[in-house]
Structure formats: C-alpha cells, structure tokens
Design a protein around this ligand. Structure first.
Ligand SMILES: N[C@@H](CCC(=O)N[C@@H](CS)C(=O)NCC(=O)O)C(=O)O
Ligand code: FES
Length: 160
C-alpha cells in the first residue's frame, strides 16, 4: 500500500498555490487557474476526495469497465474481474480533463489508471498486477470484506 509520503508533494503544491495569492496574477496564470490544473472545481482536492471515497473500490481509468479505451486500464479491469470484483466505482478521465489532472495531483501519481481501496491510493496497472501475483490483492480485498473469487478456484484445485 502507498505510504502517506505520497501526500507530501501535494501539500507542497498547495503551499505554492497559496503563495500566488500575494501577487496579482499575470493573465496567463489567471486563465489557467481552475482549468486543467485541477486547483479548483471538479479537479480540486476536495472534489476528488469525494470521488475516491464514494466506494470501497474505486478506479480512475480511460473508458469504462465495459469498454476500456487503453490497455493499461483494461488490465486493471481484467485483474479485478479475475478476483470476481464487479462492484466498484469507475470514473472515465477521458470524459473530464479536470479530473484527469486532478486525480494525478491528488495521488501525486502521473498516470492513469489509478486504483483506490477504502480511499487509499494503491497504484496503477503495474502495482495491481504485482499485488495480484504476490497474493497481496486477495489480502487487501479481504480487509474490505470482499472474498476474492480466486480463493474458490484455488480450493477447487485442492489448495487453500
Ligand atoms: N505503468 C503505468 C501504465 C499507465 C500509463 O503509462 N498511463 C499513461 C498512458 S494511458 C498515462 O496515463 N499518461 C498520462 C495521461 O494520459 O494522462 C501503470 O502501472 O499504471
Ligand atoms: S491511451 Fe495510449 S497508452 Fe493509454
């Protein structure tokens, strides 16, 4: 799981953002404020936090679980499917440039997809794949009260 150290750069960014208030902003900055930078509106920390906490399992992706628009997002969907996880909240960042930037600011992670469990940033496609291979994903799902479907298929093969 990610440590809280990932939040530090976001806090630093907020501080920098606060300092802008001392100056009259040049037009170019004023125009970008509240836009794709995610400093306000749908990309703000507060708005993103609400989305992150809307469900025990949350995925920010390109496209939808039914129609992923990128192989990395598709990989996350397929890993969750392997574990029998179909009840999760997915957000399509291709529909919302502010969210696309806002989620990166929020987690201090530069790419999509992004997976959150119980409001905690877990990682992208590579990390979810590692957790799948190591067995950590089964354990993390267990903490959420979700029994991975892989446990049942392992039982069928005489393991546990
Ligand atoms: N290694 C990454 C793969 C994801 C990735 O590289 N995503 C790129 C291409 S889809 C991305 O989000 N780029 C920034 C963007 O499209 O906003 C992971 O583990 O999730
Ligand atoms: S959209 Fe091109 S790699 Fe994800």
């Amino acid at each position: 799981m990610s440590g809280s150290f990932r939040r530090l750069p976001a806090a630093a960014l907020r501080l920098l953002g606060g300092r802008q208030g001392f100056f009259v902003r040049p037009l170019s900055q004023a125009q970008s404020g509240g836009g794709e930078g995610g400093a306000s509106g749908r990309g703000s920390k507060e708005a993103v936090e609400q989305l992150v906490r809307a469900h025990p399992v949350v995925v920010f992706m390109k496209g939808s679980p039914a129609q992923p628009q990128c192989g990395f997002s598709n990989a996350v969907v397929q890993i969750l499917r392997l574990h029998g996880v179909s009840d999760y909240q997915a957000y399509d960042v291709l529909q919302d440039p502010e969210l696309r930037q806002g989620i990166k600011n929020y987690s201090n992670w530069p790419t999509i997809p992004q997976v959150f469990l119980n409001g905690e940033f877990v990682g992208g496609c590579d990390i979810l794949l590692q957790m799948h291979q190591s067995g950590d994903l089964v354990e993390e799902l267990k903490k959420l009260g979700i029994r991975s479907a892989l446990l049942d298929s392992e039982k069928d093969h005489g393991k546990k």
